[in-house]
Every structure is written in structure tokens, then in C-alpha cells.
Ligand binder design. Structure first.
Ligand code: NDP
Ligand code: CA
Length: 305
């Protein structure tokens, strides 16, 4: 069943949109997606007007998997994961290996019928990469631990032997001057952490839900400290996409671009995943029976220089 999703609508820059995996020297596909924690979706988010059955976990979990696998990624970075065991067991059987880091005080655990804390997860294809090291960090704001985390993995491409650093994070949500400042402090901490992991001297991909539009200080902080650019900012008509999340809550409609893939000077971007149109998303917005989360999966093909 296709659930209305079309296969691999990548915008290419002179390369095939098919992912050719192991034989493809120095090239790999990265996907990042805030998959919408099930406990938050049901009891916290206050979505209105969802098509009936949108949040039924027995089917939604298959739509999440389908939406990941349809893009055939080599590296999968996920946020708001409150069902890591399900994803890990299914993705493991399909050739991936995953690591998970939960938020220290996840809002999920206070909600009815929760499945434990949510957090970030990072998966890589075992036939494509060897794991050199992986670690995680609870992000600090003014040297005090916050409720947000970052996962770092140093991977080695099996075909060329090249190393690449991949990291994913999910920064503090919500609007307001203090929250903007807190996100910026988290961006500084993410940058210091990745620098301490040695990522300035190696290819680096940093992706996730930064909960910040491109004009927020945290985005320029991360770009300048890590020497990274946004994949979509470079190739998507020279701008960030018009939205990476689009939802209706009781207090209104929310449409923002807050999810990013950043890359440094040791990487070239070859293609990226097209953002679904308003028509594809549909009038009830996200999530729905085609798109499992209120965030859109974004993905790109990277070639190491
Ligand atoms: P964040 O403020 O970072 O947000 C937590 C989640 O809420 C995110 O995944 C975010 O999704 C989502 N979210 C953002 N905006 C809204 C909105 N307007 N309505 C509903 N959900 C939204 O959380 P922290 O981890 O820093 O934890 C703080 C929050 O957790 C508190 O606001 C509180 O609600 C809850 N909490 C409750 C506790 C309790 O009941 N005792 C204890 C601890 C936490 P996205 O990133 O996609 O925007
Ligand atoms: Ca959310």
C-alpha cells in the first residue's frame, strides 16, 4: 500500500535519484525527520481536524516506517522518538543499526498511555558504514543541563574508507525572547560538543529539528561556529523550503521551516528531497493518513570530497 506517497521525488544535480548504495564511492543519503512522539500527538499537541485514524498507533507506526524507507536512506536521524524499540527492531532486520538518546525529563512520561521518554535516534546502514564511535550529550544552557540532547556518530564509509561525522538534535520548542536565547545557547553547546568530537577537521552533517526559523540567532551561531551551510538553503531555489512543519491547533495554523540538514566544506550536496506541495499535504494539514508526522521528512545525497 502506498498511502499516497510517491517514491523518491528527489531534485537532482546531475545524478540519479536512485540510491545505489554500496558501490557508490563516497556518496550516501541522509534523512532527518521529527516523527511526532506518539504520546505527545495523542495527549499534548492539541491538533484539530485530523482525519479519523491518523493517530492510531498500530497503523501510524507502519506509515512512519514506510515514509522512512520509501526514501531509501543510508543515515536516518529522527527526533521525538518514543518507540525506539519498535523502530530499532524493524530497521535492524532491514540492515540498519541504531542508537538512541532520551531527553532527561521528557514530557511524554507525564502523559497517559506513554511508552517512556522521547528522544533522538540515529540509524546507519551496516553494509555502507562502520561505526568508529558514537556518543551523546545533554545540551547545556549557561552550564546547566537542559532537557534537550544531541547524538554524535563518527562513521567510516566501507567503500572508500572515508570518515564522516553525523549528528542530530532537537532543540527547545516554543516562541519568545527567552526561548530564542535558550536555543541560541543550545546551539553554542552543540557546536562546542561537535568541535570537541573533532568534527571541524572531517566531513560533518548536522541535522534535526532546531525549532528555529532561519533568521533566528541559533542558525547563524551553528553555521559560523561549525562552518556549515544548509543543504536546502543552497539547492532549493537558493532558499529554505517554505515549510518543514504545518499543523492546525485549537489556537491556529502553524507553518514554519525549522528542520535543517547542515554540511561542511568536506561535503558536496548532489540532490535533495522535494518538499510536498500544499495540494499533496491536503486541507487538514499534518499529520494525516498520508504523512505520519506534523513535520516533513527532509533528505539529501551527500558526496564526500
Ligand atoms: P519543549 O518545550 O522543547 O517541547 C516539548 C514538545 O512539545 C516538543 O516535542 C514540541 O514539538 C512540542 N510542542 C511545541 N509547541 C507546542 C504546542 N504549542 N503545543 C503542544 N506541543 C508543543 O519541551 P521540554 O522538553 O523542554 O519540556 C518542557 C515541556 O514539557 C513543558 O512545556 C511541559 O509541557 C512538559 N513537561 C511537563 C511536565 C509535567 O507535566 N510535570 C514535566 C516536564 C515537562 P516540536 O519540537 O515539534 O515543536
Ligand atoms: Ca512536536
Amino acid at each position: 500500500q502506498s498511502w499516497g506517497l510517491k517514491r523518491v521525488p528527489f531534485i537532482s544535480q546531475g545524478c540519479s535519484s536512485a540510491n545505489t548504495h554500496a558501490q557508490d564511492g563516497g556518496r550516501f543519503r541522509v534523512l532527518t525527520w521529527n516523527i511526532l512522539a506518539q504520546a505527545l500527538a495523542v495527549s499534548h499537541d492539541n491538533f484539530v481536524g485530523l482525519p479519523e485514524g491518523t493517530l492510531d498507533w498500530a497503523a501510524r507506526r507502519l506509515r512512519i516506517l514506510h515514509e522512512i524507507l520509501i526514501y531509501d536512506p543510508d543515515v536516518i536521524c529522527l527526533q521525538e522518538v518514543d518507540h525506539f524499540n519498535f523502530l530499532n527492531s524493524t530497521l535492524s532486520s532491514l540492515g540498519y543499526r541504531g542508537v538512541f538518546c532520551s531527553k532527561p525529563d521528557s514530557p511524554c512520561i507525564y502523559l497517559a498511555n506513554n511508552n517512556g521518554p522521547d528522544g533522538c535516534a540515529l540509524f546507519y546502514r551496516r553494509d555502507k558504514f562502520d561505526l568508529i564511535s558514537a556518543s551523546s550529550r545533554v545540551l547545556e544552557i549557561w552550564r546547566v543541563q537542559s532537557n534537550q540532547v544531541c547524538i554524535f556518530a563518527n562513521l567510516r564509509l566501507r567503500d572508500t574508507g572515508q570518515q564522516v561525522c553525523v549528528a542530530t538534535t532537537h532543540l527547545k520548542a516554543r516562541q519568545g525572547a527567552l526561548l530564542t536565547t535558550m536555543r541560541n545557547e543550545q546551539g553554542k553547546d552543540v557546536s562546542n560538543y561537535l568541535i570537541s568530537c573533532g568534527s571541524l577537521a572531517k566531513p560533518l552533517i548536522l541535522c534535526g529539528d532546531f525549532n528555529a526559523v532561519s533568521t533566528e540567532p541559533v542558525i547563524s551561531t551553528v553555521k559560523s561556529r561549525l562552518g556549515v551551510k544548509s543543504v536546502y538553503g543552497k539547492l532549493y531555489n537558493g532558499e529554505e523550503p517554505p515549510y518543514t512543519t504545518w499543523k492546525v491547533r485549537a489556537d491556529g495554523e502553524y507553518r514554519h521551516t525549522i528542520d535543517y540538514i547542515f554540511y561542511n566544506k568536506f561535503c558536496d550536496v548532489e540532490s535533495l528531497l522535494r518538499i510536498p506541495t500544499e495540494e499533496q499535504i491536503g486541507p487538514s494539514r499534518l499529520p494525516n493518513l498520508s504523512y505520519a508526522s506534523d513535520h516533513i521528512a527532509i533528505a539529501c545525497d551527500i558526496r564526500l570530497k
